[in-house]
Ligand binder design. Structure first.
Ligand SMILES: N[C@@H](CCC(=O)N[C@@H](CS)C(=O)NCC(=O)O)C(=O)O
Length: 160
């Protein structure tokens, strides 16, 4: 049985959960991370010294980093449709996986037009009164947007 350690509200844990569904892979999940059992405990740090979720345990094999985990699961559990074996197909998938992890802005490293509509939508999402899940990547993106002069005037000006 595959064990997944991490709260289901985490964007990074969700990558793993969704991948398991696509692969028809059964798993057991435990809630870890802020709001649940702390990732700073010695028990969790023994799994991932970075104190971050998700972590998986597949038999004796422990693995962390969400994108590495989904690649591993697709490679091990028949996910050739999701993660092609041929170099070209695989590189194209990897390109987008890595882009998600490293692109500071929507279209890459630089602020672009694409960040204006997306940023306004994120602002509306933050301003809509419901209990927001803690999504660190979205929060960090929003902080980057806050450095833009137009942001203060036309985005986060108190009007969600
Ligand atoms: N690069 C890591 C980032 C993992 C990450 O930032 N996880 C957050 C939740 S989304 C976390 O564990 N935060 C600390 C906590 O919840 O205790 C990955 O992709 O797995």
């Amino acid at each position: 049985m595959l064990n997944i350690f991490g709260k289901a509200s985490s964007i990074n844990v969700r990558k793993v959960l969704w991948t398991c569904v696509e692969l028809n892979l059964p798993f057991e999940r435990e809630d870890w991370g802020s709001g649940f059992r702390s990732a700073q405990t010695p028990e969790f740090l023994a799994l991932n010294p970075n104190a971050l979720v998700p972590v998986i345990k597949d038999g004796d094999f422990v693995l962390w980093e969400s994108n590495t985990i989904i690649r591993y699961l697709a490679s091990r559990y028949g996910g050739a449709q999701l993660y092609p074996a041929d170099a070209f197909g695989r590189a194209r998938v990897d390109q987008w996986i890595d882009w998600q992890a490293t692109g500071a802005f929507v279209a890459g490293a630089q602020f672009s037009l694409a960040d204006i509509p997306v940023g306004l939508s994120v602002n509306r999402w933050f301003g809509t009164p419901f209990e927001h899940p803690h999504l660190p990547a979205v929060a960090a993106y929003f902080e980057r947007l806050a450095e833009r002069p137009g942001f203060a005037v036309h985005c986060a000006n108190g009007t969600p």
